[in-house]
Ligand binder design. Structure first.
Ligand code: R5P
Length: 273
């Protein structure tokens, strides 16, 4: 037997292990307390609706927390995105909708659900909003990594601009719990042009800050960032602004001070159809 203690009972787990003469297993817990609260609330809502005999229950999760964990990057890691999908199905969800879901390795949100699941995109709205509010000059749209190609291409279409993607590597040193981002630029001529980043998430802001510094060196005039989910961990906005970002435009999938574009029309259209 291996005794494992969750973060609420780690001391007690040690004591129980001692009493039974067994070992305590080591857990590394990376909690998303804000997200966990909402996930649990959602599970309760859906379960109650099922109890109340709802015929169908469509869950719209504008930002699917834990989606980035769609693979075990290191041995022993939880497959969090699959866990969330299974829980939602178990309590009675019959259809699932989300927005610009980050399932880069799996590609399609339908792959983690057995029920019908659909991914919507906020990028056309973000592109339109950028066009009429920032009026970018000779814009060049950039995805900070290869996975952002789809979003950069959509925004470029709205801005009638060229687009490219940079290359990103996450490097985790032996024994470290955090990984560091390394970005390599694609050679493009940004001199005198406005660079517009398009990405799904700004979390720590590290990706964007590094990509922005590169664009500045390449001669970009002004640099903007469009993102669907402004997760904005502590200090993220400051980090990207000091790197040289003029303005961040996000959506209301996560309410924040940069949430200027609402995804309500995209969700409403999907529900109507
Ligand atoms: C990763 O591949 C995503 O598309 C985002 O670029 C990433 O989640 C941003 O994270 P952070 O702001 O912490 O660098």
């Amino acid at each position: 037997m291996i005794i494992l203690g969750g973060s609420a009972s780690s001391d007690l787990a040690e004591k129980v292990a001692k009493e039974v003469g067994e070992n305590v297993g080591r857990l590394e817990i990376d909690q998303h307390i804000y997200a966990d609260l909402h996930i649990f609330e959602l599970l309760m809502i859906v379960d109650t609706l099922r109890d109340l005999q709802a015929k169908t229950i469509t869950v719209v999760a504008p930002y699917l927390a834990y989606a980035r964990q769609d693979s075990r990057f290191y041995p022993g890691e939880a497959l969090s995105s699959q866990v969330i999908a299974r829980l939602l199905e178990d309590v009675g969800t019959t259809k699932f909708l989300t927005v610009d879901c980050h399932l880069h390795r799996l590609g399609d949100v339908a792959k983690i659900f057995k029920i019908p699941a659909q991914n919507l995109s906020a990028m056309p709205l973000l592109g339109k909003y950028a066009l009429k509010t920032i009026h970018p000059k000779k814009p060049f749209v950039i995805g900070p990594d290869e996975e952002a190609e789809q979003w950069a291409a959509t925004v470029a279409k709205e801005l009638d601009a060229e687009h490219t993607v940079f290359q990103k590597k996450r490097v985790r040193k032996e024994g470290a719990t955090e990984s560091k981002v390394e970005i390599t630029a694609t050679e493009v001529d940004l001199k005198g042009r406005d660079a517009v980043f398009a990405d799904d998430i700004i979390s720590t802001g590290d990706t964007l800050a590094k990509a922005t510094k590169i664009c500045k060196k390449m001669g970009a005039r002004r640099i903007y960032a469009l993102c669907t989910h402004p997760v904005l961990a502590d200090g993220a906005l400051m980090r990207v602004k000091s790197a040289g970002i003029q303005k961040v435009i996000g959506t209301d999938t996560i309410p924040s001070i940069v949430s200027q574009v609402s995804v309500a029309p995209v969700i409403a259209a999907a529900l109507k159809s």
